[in-house]
Design a protein around this ligand. Structure first.
Ligand SMILES: Cc1ncc(COP(=O)(O)O)c(C=O)c1O
Length: 362
């Protein structure tokens, strides 16, 4: 069999992982603060990193809760704010692990379609007007996982009006927003809202390195304290050395250059994958994203990404089935991550995948 090429993992490619930079930031962290970094800390995370992040977001450090990866923070947030059976609105499709956690926690999921300009805010408004007001909306407004879509500025305004009108919590998950290839950044939901119902979460997994496991949530002070108490009960304190290295990286002014480096690598990969779309069967629908890690494909009528998953695997290609990213249906769709592989592998992988799909169509 030919070498396996994985389009399944939303992870940065090896060239994006700046080992030397992380080594020097780790050494600086130990030089500056070895005793605190090597001891147990508080559940809230490493204080200097909380301060840097608070400054970036224009909030008080008490509002910032730094976690071992942002998925962990999301799970603590679900457990703190919601109860089994609560209604949670999500984009359809959405991040598969976030959806899985909602299912595992017994939440009722309200799927809201995503279009090229992001969440269908009118559909959410209609659900609310019909009495289906969620307790929480979980949304990924920039270069969404898995669709790649970005929520337009106009829809952001309408969405925040809905938060004010109906009083639901909104969690803005934005790990990809800084990895923009073209176009102008759009003001975030948290940044644009002055009420207490909008929370923000992000991660250094995509812009620096997932192995460091540093993510965070910005929430009202009382919520942040509740999350920190859950962290203390679960793992006492997070990995302080990783957080201190990130604090050095950010306060030392290295983050923008690292983001430029990762963005250039991802742009090259997005272009390679967009070029490989010529191999897909006629009628395949895909809007290449303007940033982030993912491309979302809808296959023509009669083709099922679920049914062809094993055949693609036999051809050495892995992808995420769209059906894993929705509550029901989605068999015609799939998510391709270009982030973790080289442009040459992408070119080869798209040709092989196109052959699998076109052969099945005949
Ligand atoms: C939208 C989204 N949120 C959260 C995460 C989890 O990131 P972390 O590595 O910080 O746990 C991911 C990772 O794929 C993601 O795509």
């Amino acid at each position: 069999m030919s070498t396996a090429i994985s389009f399944a993992r939303g992870a940065p490619c090896p060239e994006a992982l700046s080992g030397d930079l992380i080594a020097s930031c780790t050494a600086a962290a130990l030089d500056a603060d070895a005793t605190r970094v090597l001891s147990y800390g508080t559940g809230q995370g490493y204080p200097p990193l909380r301060e840097v992040l608070a400054h970036d977001h224009g909030v008080s450090p008490d509002q910032v809760f730094v976690t071992n990866g942002s998925l962990q923070g999301y799970v603590f947030m679900l457990e703190a704010l919601l109860s089994p059976g609560d209604l949670v609105a999500v984009e359809a499709p959405t991040y598969d692990r976030a959806l899985l956690q909602l299912r595992l926690h017994g939440m009722e999921v309200l799927p809201i379609p995503v279009h090229a300009d992001g969440l269908d805010v009118d559909a959410l408004a209609a659900a609310c007007a019909a009495g289906r007001v969620p307790k929480l909306l979980y949304t990924i407004p920039n270069f969404q996982n898995p669709s790649g879509a970005t929520l337009s500025a106009a829809k952001r305004t309408t969405l925040l009006e809905l938060v004010d009108r109906y009083g639901f919590w909104l969690l803005e998950d934005d790990p990809y927003g800084k990895l923009r290839f073209e176009g102008e950044p759009i003001t975030g939901l948290f940044a644009a809202h002055d009420g207490g119902k909008v929370m923000f979460t992000s991660s250094f997994s995509k812009t620096v390195a997932p192995g460091l496991r540093v993510g965070y949530i910005v929430a009202p002070k009382d919520v942040s304290a509740t999350l920190a108490a859950a962290a203390s009960r679960t793992y006492i304190s997070p990995s302080l050395l990783a957080e201190a290295a990130i604090a050095q990286l950010v306060s030392g002014g290295h983050l923008p250059r690292n983001i430029d480096h990762v963005t250039a690598l991802m742009r090259e990969r997005r272009d390679a994958m967009a070029g490989g779309l010529v191999h897909m069967p006629e009628g395949t629908v895909c809007t290449p994203p303007q940033g982030g890690f993912f491309m979302w494909l809808e296959l023509p009528e009669g083709l099922s990404a679920d049914a062809l998953f094993a055949t693609a695997g036999a051809a050495g290609i892995a992808y995420v089935k769209g059906s894993d990213c929705v509550l029901a249906g989605g068999e015609q769709t799939l998510r391709l991550a270009y982030s973790g592989v080289s442009p040459a592998e992408i070119a080869e992988g798209m040709e092989r995948l196109g052959t699998v799909f076109r052969t099945a169509q005949q």
